[in-house]
Design a protein around this ligand. Structure first.
Ligand SMILES: [Zn+2]
Length: 129
């Protein structure tokens, strides 16, 4: 249990988090988990406002037993960073990418030489309505 319990208007707090009574824990778990954010995001969301002694374990069990979370678990994983090799000659390597900024689609052209790396921005489409 944390230090510094205090009460305000019938609600018990510790470290600015609401101490959730047993009778409301399942309801709070349902609220925390309604977006199916996965274990870590659900824990982070809960820790900002709520506290009970087994909160992390209860969240882990809830997410582990959720068919939707289990179905999309792989989709929540980040893609690994793949570093590029440094080219040995001028303009040996170029790259293209597409990004959106302020509702505009932008084509990025990256040109790499031994001494220079330049990135060109080329607007590819008009702003979307
Ligand atoms: Zn879920």
């Amino acid at each position: 249990m944390r230090d510094g319990l205090y009460e305000a208007e019938g609600i018990v707090f510790t470290d600015d988090c609401i101490v959730v009574p047993v009778s409301l824990r399942q309801y709070m778990l349902d609220l925390i988990h309604e977006s199916h954010l996965g274990i870590e995001n659900s824990k982070t969301r809960a820790r900002e406002l709520l506290y009970w002694s087994r909160m992390n374990l209860d969240i882990e069990e809830t997410v582990a037993n959720c068919d939707i979370c289990n179905m999309y678990q792989r989709a929540h994983q980040r893609e690994p960073m793949i570093p590029h090799e440094i080219p040995a000659e001028r303009f040996l390597k170029t790259g293209l990418d597409i990004m959106s900024l302020h509702n505009k689609d932008i084509l990025l052209l990256l040109v790499t030489s031994p001494n220079i790396q330049k990135c060109y921005l080329c607007r590819t489409r008009q702003p979307r309505p």
